[in-house]
Design a protein around this ligand. Structure first.
Ligand code: ATP
Ligand code: MN
Ligand code: MN
Length: 370
């Protein structure tokens, strides 16, 4: 009856940016299953259902305990349509739909091909349609022209498909820090991406680097790359110049790239630098490992937006933008925050400033593993 119903159930926000999600995932059996289904929808270019499964997974990741009964999901946002998968897993320990996807040849092949650095879903799909099913078939096909990125992706496949450890990320931080010190004393370096969120392992290491003095960052990335090359550490570099235009309104499409100068690298990490960090394959005593590294270089007055945007997780970023747009009539991206009602840009020097502008409680980086 109205008025006397106890509502002890804490409500979970539909927005990942209003939830605290650590690296501890109590619902991995469900979220792994959802991730497979989401990825399959992505391969089939069904963006709606793909995002719906990613949102559902993200909600479960934020829970302090494992879901044991379907009723536990009744009051959760974004989970309605996914009950069938949850029921199957609760009842049988696995889901029929997931098993079907996992044994599907198209899914398996696209998953394999997109695991190569430089091969996206479009290229993977093209290779699949040509009848290719394995790396050896793809590499032997005369009609396939690999670009430089894909060539390096294949060349270093073994190394870069193995996870990067925290110790290896630290060793790379030291290397890049030393390099930028020799370039300018006012350089700023920040570890971002998954390692900033406290993850133990990552698929790459992400850094923001810039200079305190505005404008001085313009040549920084190229100098860093040149020095890394001179030291013999550069295995691959895809440098993208800055096409940053500060008058532009923030872009609400999350999947769009930002305009900052950046580079996608493969670096040679010497084994001796990392105690216990390298696990060379049996019989492989090279003593070094190829590691994927991303560097992005925003001007200092955009530092907070770039840091927030590159810290992730992707789901956290997506929801932060959606929250800004839907709940606040604001546009947020990696460069700026714009208030559509006041028709003005909102400045920020720290991440906390941005959360405050949005009226969202501050979420620490290690609570953004949505
Ligand atoms: P992992 O451990 O797998 O690397 P991660 O969270 O660090 O996990 P990344 O793919 O390295 O994942 O991305 C880190 C963050 O950088 C993400 O939040 C994403 O929004 C942002 N990002 C990645 N690539 C780009 C890009 N090309 N342009 C803009 N932002 C990007
Ligand atoms: Mn990363
Ligand atoms: Mn990255």
């Amino acid at each position: 009856p109205e008025g006397c119903t106890p509502t002890a159930v804490a409500t979970v926000s539909q927005y990942a940016c209003q939830r605290r999600t650590t690296t501890e995932n109590n619902n991995k059996i469900f979220t792994d299953a959802f991730e497979v289904l989401a990825e399959n929808y992505e391969f089939n270019e069904l963006e709606g259902p793909c995002l719906a499964f990613r949102r559902a997974a993200s909600v479960l990741k934020s829970l302090p305990a494992a879901v044991r009964r379907l009723e536990a999901t009744n009051n959760l946002p974004c989970l309605g349509e996914h009950a069938k998968t949850v029921i199957d897993i609760l009842q049988y320990g696995c889901s029929c739909d997931v098993e079907k996807v996992l044994s599907d040849e198209r899914y398996q092949t696209l998953k394999l091909f997109t695991s190569v650095f430089g091969v996206g879903p479009k290229t993977a799909e093209k290779w699949y349609r040509r009848g290719l099913r394995s790396f050896s078939e793809a590499l032997a096909d005369p009609s396939i022209q690999l670009n430089r990125m894909q060539q390096c992706g294949f060349l270093h496949y073994g190394d870069i498909s193995r996870p990067v450890s925290k110790a290896e990320a630290q060793a790379l931080t030291n290397i890049i820090d030393e390099v930028i010190r020799t370039i300018t004393p006012d350089a700023v370096l920040a570890l971002t991406g998954g390692f900033r969120r406290g993850k133990e392992f990552g698929h790459d290491v992400d850094f923001i680097l810039t200079t305190l003095e505005l404008g001085k960052e313009e040549n920084l990335l190229q100098s860093v790359v040149r020095k890394l090359k001179k030291q013999g550490l550069l295995l691959f570099c895809d440098y993208q110049v800055s096409n940053f235009d500060m008058s532009k309104l923030p872009c609400h499409n999350f999947e769009a790239m930002d305009y900052f100068a950046k580079c996608f690298l493969i670096l040679r990490l010497e084994g001796s630098l990392v105690e216990g960090g390298l696990h060379p394959a049996e019989g492989d005593c090279r003593g070094w490992k190829a590691v994927r590294v991303d560097l992005v270089s925003p001007p200092m007055d955009r530092y907070a937006f770039a840091l927030l945007g590159w810290s992730g997780s992707r789901q956290f970023e997506r929801d932060l933008r959606r929250f800004a747009r839907v709940e606040r009539r604001m546009l947020l991206d990696n460069h700026a925050l714009y208030d559509k009602t006041k028709k003005e840009f909102l400045a920020a020097t720290t991440e906390k400033d941005i959360f405050a502008h949005l009226g969202v409680e501050y979420i620490e980086p290690w609570q953004r593993n949505a």
